[in-house]
Ligand binder design. Structure first.
Ligand SMILES: *Cc1c(COP(=O)(O)O)cnc(C)c1O
Length: 454
């Protein structure tokens, strides 16, 4: 049985490759629908049995039932949360990574893959203006990156300040900081110093004032700046935060999970000034750098600090750290061990298309947000732009609508496959929001959606 299970079976290969070829050719990708639990469990009933099934039947079940109950994040009409718009080259190479069973833990096992991933990390570091010594690894997402980075912030501060393990520690954040950072702080036992924002933006002046007004500023060991808030795409005052961080000996972490890609867009690059001082930085290529899920780049200014914190000590791993095998081990730079070489799809796509194509594609999302704001102002008196877009997210309201109007409208829009646009909160009010990112989204699609709000 084992042998037949691992044997190359041309029929299954053709079936799956044909399916993939068809999926890659969808233009545009259909949105599809939310799932119906009863229908799905009916379709799956009895499938995992002792003897297996014909692969054609299983694939058909996936195609006709399961995949239709997955809203396609790569549809150009998917404008909720943060969409995903992987390039075909990146998608294809993701399959190569799977076929090659790459174990991305260590230089000993995967030097070739890690060299290529590090080339991408270097490119991103250069865009951020980080020093030549900067480095890190790819992790599963912004949440994993924030957690791994802030553990290093915590342990580095403890060590440098000679703090007892039980000493109270805090990291400064704003009310716009991503929920994964709050989650991280809970996990790592660090409290937050909540700094008020000005126009939803965290500034160096506000951080300085909060530290000066605080009764226990010595317990604050770091600050998280956001380079593109998820809701509205606002970039914090990174230069100001960096300056205060330096003066107060704080670890400066920049969460650019969504907006970090703006480093590739000349029209907005100046907003990121100060990022070159970051001690750690996270950007999700699975968001706005057109890589498939799940891919986040985590970069440290001084990676040896991360290595001191994250290197796992297990006798069966000792061989990874002998003098002979002293290469770059991604496992040493985050909390993970086994790791998919998930930076490779991005590497392949960057190598194939070049960075200019990336800059143009990021600029396309920025232009969509700006053009939509202008369109609303020019032609839709019943709508109102809540805040001028800075990156590719746009928050706007329909005058006179209450929360339930937005929710009902959003459901209708999806049912009719016009768009997937979910409402968001803004200063206590429910409003509408577009997250642009897919270069295939057109202003005609936007108009079609806005027309449903008349
Ligand atoms: C999306 C996002 C995260 C979380 O990233 P995941 O990849 O979903 O784990 C963190 N911070 C910001 C600013 C984000 O936009």
């Amino acid at each position: 049985m084992t042998q037949s299970m691992h044997r190359y079976d041309a029929r299954t290969v053709d079936l799956v490759f044909d399916y993939m070829r068809e999926r890659l050719q969808y233009d545009p990708v259909p949105l599809d629908h939310p799932g119906d639990g009863e229908r799905l469990s009916g379709a799956l009933d009895g499938l995992l049995n002792a003897v297996g099934n014909d692969p054609a039947d299983v694939l058909k079940l996936y195609d006709h039932e399961l995949s239709r109950a997955v809203i396609s994040a790569d549809s150009p009409r998917y404008l909720s949360f943060i969409p995903c718009a992987p390039t075909k080259a990146a998608l294809l190479f993701d399959m190569v990574v799977s076929c090659a069973s790459l174990q991305g833990i260590s230089w000993l096992e995967a030097a070739g893959a890690i060299a290529a991933e590090n080339q991408v990390l270097r490119l991103i570091s250069d865009r951020a203006g980080l020093p030549d010594t900067a480095g890190g690894c790819f992790v599963s997402g912004g949440s994993a990156g924030n957690l791994s980075a802030l553990v290093v912030a915590r342990d580095t501060a403890r060590h440098r300040r000679g703090l007892a393990p039980g000493a109270r520690l805090r990291i400064a954040v704003s009310d716009q900081t991503h929920s994964s950072v709050t989650n991280t702080l809970n996990i790592i036992g660090v409290d937050k110093l909540l700094v008020p924002t000005t126009g939803h933006r965290l500034t160096g002046a506000a951080l300085r004032a909060a530290l000066e007004a605080d009764g226990d500023p010595g317990s604050v060991i770091g600050v998280v700046g956001t380079a593109g808030t998820t809701n509205a795409g606002i970039v914090d005052d990174l230069a100001g935060l960096a300056e205060v961080a330096r003066a107060h000996d704080l670890w400066f972490h920049v969460d650019g999970a969504y907006g970090g890609a703006g480093l590739f867009a000349p029209s907005v690059r100046a907003k990121y000034d100060g990022i070159e001082h970051a001690d750690s930085f996270v950007v999700d290529p699975h968001k706005w750098l057109f890589a498939p899920f799940d891919c986040a780049a985590l970069i440290y200014r001084r990676p040896w600090l991360a290595k001191g914190v994250h290197t796992q000590d297990a006798s069966y791993l000792d061989v990874l750290h002998t003098d002979d095998n002293d290469g770059w081990n991604p496992t040493d730079y985050a909390y993970h061990l086994t790791r998919r070489a998930r930076g490779l799809p991005l590497w392949f796509s960057l190598a194939v298309h070049g960075t200019d194509a990336y800059s143009a594609a990021v600029e396309a999302g920025i232009a969509l947000a700006a053009d939509t704001a202008a369109l609303i102002r020019a032609e839709y008196p019943e709508l109102e732009v809540v805040r001028d877009p800075e990156l590719s997210c746009l928050v706007y309201r329909r005058r006179g609508w209450a929360a339930q109007d937005y929710y009902a409208w959003s459901q209708r829009l999806l049912a009719e496959q016009t768009g997937f646009v979910t409402p968001t909160g803004w200063e206590g009010e429910v409003v509408a929001r577009f997250a642009f990112l897919h270069p295939g989204t057109t202003m005609d699609m936007v108009r079609e959606i806005l027309d449903t709000m008349r």
